[in-house]
Write a protein that binds this ligand. Sequence first.
Ligand code: AP5
Ligand code: ZN
Length: 207
Amino acid sequence: MRLILLGPPGAGKGTQAAFITEKFGIPQISTGDMLRAAVKAQTPLGLEAKKIMDAGGLVSDDIIIGLVSDRLKQDDCKNGYLFDGFPRTIPQADALKDANVALDYVVEIVVPEENIIERMSGRRVHPASGRSYHLKFNPPRAPGVDDVTGEPLVQRDDDREETVRHRLSVYREQTRPLVDYYSQWAETGAPGAPAYRQLSGVGEVEE
Ligand code: AP5
Ligand code: ZN
């Protein structure tokens, strides 16, 4: 299974990715998680990315395309992969296409914008794994700690309301065009074109 999860900040890409990757035994390739790991490790890339991420902007296409192409060379990608938060611009999507990276599905998670601010303000994450919780909608079993490791949960630096609003406008301008890009490609039925599906991201947090 090779797929892209597409959707705005807070749509639940990371949440659904956990169910799908477990079901199919495939790795989750989250460019956001990869960048946050680089920030934590204070690599030169991480130091540069941190400023952009905290402001809610997008890291440059060249950097992201390099990260993903290195990641795809690893052995665990042989039987499939799930892209979460990538591609996010037309040049990123073109880079995948030009490299003939196989795709079975593009799944768009549809969530109204009014739900998103509340989701982000209540989100708590386990930094090492990227697991997401929500104080009200998807609480951890014990308050403030990760279900699997028992380690503390934290709030993401880019989840302030003002930053979330900016991330949403960046989504509308730079990422939303991928909805047409992939749905129109799917309609052609051309060899190698992925199927396009919409998934409602509103409702219980479950498989
Ligand atoms: P990234 O980490 O990809 O952030 P994002 O796309 O903004 O998405 P989020 O992780 O915020 O949301 P999500 O859809 O995963 O939602 P979640 O499942 O956590 O990117 C961060 C930054 O990195 C970017 O701003 C950019 O700077 C940079 N970056 C990353 N990739 C890049 C790229 N390709 N190119 C350039 N720059 C890049 O759920 C959200 C909350 O809602 C949680 O609290 C969850 O518990 C809750 N929730 C989930 N489902 C439900 C439900 N059904 N009902 C109620 N609550 C729910
Ligand atoms: Zn995420």
